[in-house]
Design a protein around this ligand. Structure first.
Ligand SMILES: NC(=O)c1ccc[n+]([C@@H]2O[C@H](COP(=O)([O-])OP(=O)(O)OC[C@H]3O[C@@H](n4cnc5c(N)ncnc54)[C@H](OP(=O)(O)O)[C@@H]3O)[C@@H](O)[C@H]2O)c1
Length: 300
């Protein structure tokens, strides 16, 4: 059995959808109403109850995938305690409970932990220098998980979007249909990540461990996952308009002309060689996945 926490968020909903492709696995989905990660006792009790449950198929809890997080990057600047409560304490609570009951934990972090001037993709071993509350709390959460539980797989990802929740693609579709022109930041470079690709990658890693193809211990530590290819937000917006045939013209602007409370890294492309090699993953290019997302949005 696989428990997905933060199950009503963007990535959580993608796991719900991806679960339908994995009929051999039993899933439990818990949103913040069912499981508030900031409540240490409740987290332990929840994990314990599922861990000790033995149904007819002997479906003990075998994996926890944590999609819960405080993700309001700009708002975090004015409510750092709220961000810390979820991203640091919540993660630590879950990691401690998973460690106590011997359950591997998959947890997500962010490309925003990197803020060094660099023009080659970041390796997992590169120095981190998060700016802003969200980025700092996400890094502290990674460290808390790794300290509490040796079987923590921390996946740093970037620019996540999907047909669910609020994200850049959905915002651009709305704004592009409302305006003839749009100014979009062109000096922040990264890689978009289609959340269903990330969910499928995680479930295929779990499958490989479960089948004995790779040892469970090999998941431990920090990993990168994003779609292939690089883009600026301007490139990303222009591709959305082009693929969707929206007659809105995107104009590139500089970050300094679009000030936000939290600073974003100018370059946060993640090197994904490690996860691809360890688990034999093939990662689609971001344009290919964007097309899939747009088709899904058209038909939903
Ligand atoms: N979105 C991105 O661009 C991006 C980029 C890099 C990394 N990531 C990481 O990817 C992961 C998934 O992000 P996402 O886009 O799916 O975020 P999201 O849509 O904001 O979902 C986060 C979920 O966490 C839940 N949550 C908040 N506080 C909680 C608590 N105390 N206990 C339990 N659940 C709680 C929220 O529930 P409520 O709504 O009920 O509060 C929400 O459903 C996060 O770790 C995030 O940091 C995201």
């Amino acid at each position: 059995m696989i428990l997905v926490t933060g199950a009503n968020g963007q990535l959580g909903q993608c796991f719900r959808q991806a679960a339908t492709h994995w009929p051999g696995q039993v899933f439990v989905f818990a949103g913040s109403q069912e499981l508030d990660l900031s409540d240490r006792r409740a987290v332990r009790a929840f994990i314990k109850s599922w861990q000790s449950l033995q149904s007819l198929q002997d479906d003990k809890l075998r994996w926890v995938i944590n999609c819960a997080a405080y993700t309001a990057v700009d708002k975090a600047e004015s409510e750092p305690e709220k961000a810390r409560k979820v991203n640091v304490l919540g993660t630590q609570n879950l990691a401690e409970a998973c460690a106590e009951f011997g359950i591997p934990l998959v947890h997500f972090s962010t490309d925003y932990v990197y803020h060094n001037r660099q023009n080659t993709p970041f390796l997992e071993t590169d120095p981190v220098s998060p700016k802003g509350v969200y980025a700092r709390t996400k890094l502290a959460g990674e460290r808390a998980a790794l300290r509490a539980h040796p079987l923590s797989m921390i996946i740093r990802t970037s620019w996540v979007y999907s047909a669910f929740g609020q994200n850049f693609v959905k915002t651009m579709l709305r704004l592009g249909r409302e305006h003839a022109t749009l100014k979009v930041v062109a000096d922040q470079i990264g890689s978009p990540t289609y959340a269903p690709d990330l969910a499928d990658a995680v479930l295929s890693i779990i499958q490989k461990v479960e089948s004995g193809e790779v040892p469970k211990e090999s998941i431990a530590g920090i990993w990168h996952y994003a779609n292939e290819g690089v883009a600026s937000w301007y490139d990303f917006a222009a591709a959305i308009f082009e693929l969707e045939k929206i007659p809105c013209r995107a104009y590139p602007i500089a970050t300094k002309d679009y000030p936000t409370p939290a600073r974003r890294p100018p370059f946060s492309v993640l090197d994904k060689s490690k996860i691809k090699a360890a688990f034999g993953l093939e990662i689609p290019h971001w344009r290919e996945s964007l097309q899939q997302c747009l088709i899904l949005l058209q038909t939903s």
